[in-house]
Design a protein around this ligand. Structure first.
Ligand SMILES: Nc1nc2c(c(=O)[nH]1)N[C@H]1C(S)=C(S)[C@@H](COP(=O)(O)O)O[C@H]1N2
Ligand SMILES: [Mo]
Length: 392
């Protein structure tokens, strides 16, 4: 694809493999500053497709859009390419009539309009949102994206409402609901997630109405969603309509039944199973693409989910070599894009594996690490990812 080509706006996998300067136009249309386009494509670069392409989504109603890794072409993910996950219906909310209720065990219940929220102090955060199910299935490998989210901080709102001392949990209710079977009862359950009062008043949390400079799109939770930097996707409740302080821990589907990780663990001589509700993100990285300019190859990827200090890459299971951190370095909640010069590999099939290392020296686990191998559920699949590529 030449520099003159302004490229299709719908970005198919095939288009991803031909990605050139044209994609930048789409990103500009999405409202990004030019700087965000500097990484990672280079003029004349050709992207090699991975041999191991994911099969079609097995749950297209739940997982809609996914990131096509080969198309990674900017630090911020364009809004129309950002993955979508919704477990129930997709509510279309009239922003005019919408109100956010803050109630339950609070001194002063609040009812806030979108205009009220917009009139409050604005706060932005660069945050890489990942579904905890990402890489849990062969067909689900693109459930991650990076955006600048804007809104108003939640903590002062909760402070104004005054959470009472007997409150043990703060529940965030979405407007969507669906019927679930629980044992022999059928219940219409609303999407909800909770956090302890301490976690809910973290100054980084925002009531978000903007994504990459544009009003939040309906599929991403318009008019307002919770953005909880450092937490897996599921905690970032879309179509928010009520925040409620409650006296006991909330154990609805997305806290207590679904998005629950089961891991085998040792307790003395016994093996036990530990159940944990999906919460904070885990350290992870992925190779995004192999690109060729002239005869020279370059491996490009992303690392996120913790304070990324280093990224290393292994080709064909060989020694780990350091990647160059390119963009997003030190941005606490956003991914870091990295690259490795691969020169002129021998023709044929190769594997590419990456691993992230955090500021405390913790390493993203290998697939055979007990942290991954002893996991009985697909949530929190942050094991090292290996991709296959054919070099001509
Ligand atoms: N109300 C509501 N909020 C929700 C969900 C949902 O189904 N309903 N899905 C959650 C999950 S599991 C993920 S991964 C993220 C996905 O956010 P996105 O669609 O904006 O990428 O939203 C979260 N918030
Ligand atoms: Mo998710």
């Amino acid at each position: 694809m030449g520099m003159h080509d302004t490229a299709p706006v719908r970005f198919t996998r095939r288009a991803a493999l031909r990605a050139g300067a044209g994609f930048g136009m789409a990103a500009l249309a999405a409202g990004f500053p030019e700087r965000a386009l500097a990484f990672p494509s280079r003029p004349g670069e050709e992207v090699l497709p991975w041999l191991d392409q994911p099969p079609p989504s097995a749950a297209p109603d739940v997982v809609g859009t996914q990131l096509v890794w080969e198309s990674l072409d900017s630090w911020k993910t364009p809004n129309d390419k950002f993955f979508t996950v919704q477990h129930y219906n997709k509510p279309a909310i009239d922003a005019q009539g919408w109100k956010l209720e803050v109630g339950g065990l609070v001194q002063k219940p609040l009812s806030l309009t979108l205009a009220d929220l917009r009139a409050r102090p604005r706060q932005e955060v660069n945050f890489t949102l990942e579904c905890a199910g990402n890489h849990g299935f062969p067909w689900f490998t693109g459930g991650v994206g990076n955006a600048t989210w804007a809104g108003t901080p939640l903590a002062p709102v909760l402070q104004e409402a005054g959470i009472m001392e007997q409150a043990k949990d703060v529940v965030f209710w979405g407007a969507d609901s669906g019927e679930d079977a629980v044992r022999d009862a059928k219940v219409a359950e609303q999407f909800a997630r909770s956090m302890s009062p301490a976690d809910a008043t973290d100054p980084n949390l925002i009531l978000c109405y903007e994504m990459n400079g544009a009003p939040l799109l309906p599929l991403h939770g318009a008019p307002v969603r919770l953005i909880a930097p450092g937490w897996y996707g599921v905690a970032n409740v879309k179509w928010l309509e009520r925040i409620e302080a409650v006296p006991t821990r909330y154990e609805g589907r997305f806290m207590g039944r679904d998005y629950v990780t089961m891991r085998k663990a040792r307790h003395g001589a016994d093996t036990v199973v530990r159940f944990t509700s999906v919460g904070r993100t885990l350290l992870k990285s992925a190779p995004a693409k192999v690109a060729r300019t002239g005869g020279q190859h370059r491996i490009v990827g992303a690392a996120w989910g913790g304070p990324v200090a280093r990224v290393e890459v292994s080709v064909d299971g060989g020694p780990w070599q350091a990647a160059t951190l390119e963009e997003g370095v030190g941005d606490t909640f956003a991914w870091t894009l990295w690259s490795v010069d691969w020169g002129t590999p021998t023709p044929g099939e190769h594997t590419v594996t990456s691993r992230a290392i955090d500021s405390q020296g913790r390493v993203q686990p290998a697939m055979d690490d007990p942290l991954i191998a002893d996991k009985l559920t697909y949530w929190e699949s942050n094991g090292q990812i290996t991709r296959r590529v054919h070099i001509a």
